[in-house]
Design a binder for this molecule. Structure first.
Ligand SMILES: [Zn+2]
Length: 345
């Protein structure tokens, strides 16, 4: 079968990937739609840094997940919706023909494997892939595969909002309106947070932020977002969501956020960054970091999309086939035109 893989830093289509065969506890699916994630662009460019940082990291449980070998093809694509084709022997799973999604994790008797970056397991940029039967969620309400594929990135925003423990009566500033910032805005709207003041340099991203429910959107090149917050938010408690992931942004929030604000960092900055503790200390800022989501949040994200609480359609700005993945990776380097490009079958 065919799969778009990362080979020597480039996305190429491999025509000769072995057809996956479902074993006990596994489901074989045909991928219908898979979103291209900013993390995948990062990984294509800075994969070796990511692998090195993970190797140095302590304090996470050792799940025996094999380290990705960048000298071999890497399968990627972790924001997928797919149709069940076949089920492993003795396995309970949705019937063939059912549209499903899943967190990008494979569980088996031998341990846990990552479906986001793998040398072994084909993922969402493939014609077909294997999923872990216990993690498979049927897509409800006749929701189409394109929108169902947004479940994963929207869960990231939901998780960041949950981490902040923000409640109605409090307001939010969202720095950066790329896919992560947009997912945060959507989750804040659902939570009833008002006002949501968002900032980005890109006109396209700003207009999408408004469409998704941000109350005030400022041009980061023209106006200070914390001035806008002072105008629109007044003295409400504030949570700042950092969804840019570029050095200096956290420090700018430390400098400008009102006393007692919470800062939630959800943008992934790969390099080192410098902050000025003095600002955070004297204003008693609280800082949280948010990453990923749990299974309940993933399911909640799917439910919100399927029930129409969140309309993700405006986020889908492009569609390509497997042959178009390399070009889409290029296009997503220019944030002016795109939010989410889907790889569709
Ligand atoms: Zn992602």
């Amino acid at each position: 079968m065919r799969s778009a893989v990362l080979r020597a830093g480039q996305m190429v289509v491999a025509d000769d990937v072995a057809d996956p065969v479902p074993e006990f506890g596994q489901v074989l699916v045909e991928v219908k739609a898979c979103g291209i994630c900013g993390s995948d662009l990062h990984f294509a460019k800075h994969g070796s840094t990511m692998v090195e940082l993970i190797a140095q990291m302590r304090g996470t449980p050792d799940l025996g997940v094999p380290r990705v070998d960048l000298s071999r093809d890497v399968f990627m694509g972790h924001e997928f919706a797919a149709e069940v084709l076949d089920v492993g022997p003795g396995t309970e799973a949705p019937a063939p023909g059912t549209l499903v999604t899943s967190v990008p994790i494979m569980v088996s008797a031998t341990g846990i494997a990552d479906l986001a970056y793998s040398n072994l397991l084909p993922a969402g940029y493939s014609e077909r892939m294997l999923l872990a039967a216990p993690l498979v969620l049927p897509v409800p309400n006749g929701l189409d595969a394109r929108r169902a594929a947004l479940t994963e990135p929207m869960a990231v925003g939901l998780h960041a909002v949950n981490r902040s423990a923000i409640a109605p009566g409090e307001g939010a500033v969202v720095l950066g309106c790329g896919p992560v910032g947009i997912a945060v805005i959507a989750a804040l709207v659902q939570r009833g947070v008002e006002p949501i003041v968002a900032a980005d340099f890109s006109p396209m991203r700003r207009s999408l932020a408004s469409t998704m429910g941000a109350h005030h959107v400022v041009d980061a090149g023209q106006e200070d977002v914390f001035d806008a917050w002072a105008t629109h938010g007044g003295s409400r408690p504030l949570v700042v969501f950092e969804a840019v992931g570029v050095p200096g942004v956290i420090d700018s929030a430390f400098r400008a956020a009102p006393s007692k604000s919470r800062v939630v960092v959800v943008g992934v900055c790969m390099g080192g960054d410098t902050v000025t503790p003095f600002w955070a200390i004297t204003k008693e800022l609280s800082v949280h970091f948010a990453f990923g989501y749990d299974l309940d949040e993933f399911a909640g994200s799917l439910r919100a999309i399927a029930e129409g609480a969140v309309d993700v359609a405006p986020m889908i700005t492009g569609e390509v086939g497997l042959d178009g993945v390399a070009g889409a990776f290029e296009d997503l380097g220019q944030p002016e035109q795109h939010c989410k490009i889907l790889v569709t079958a």
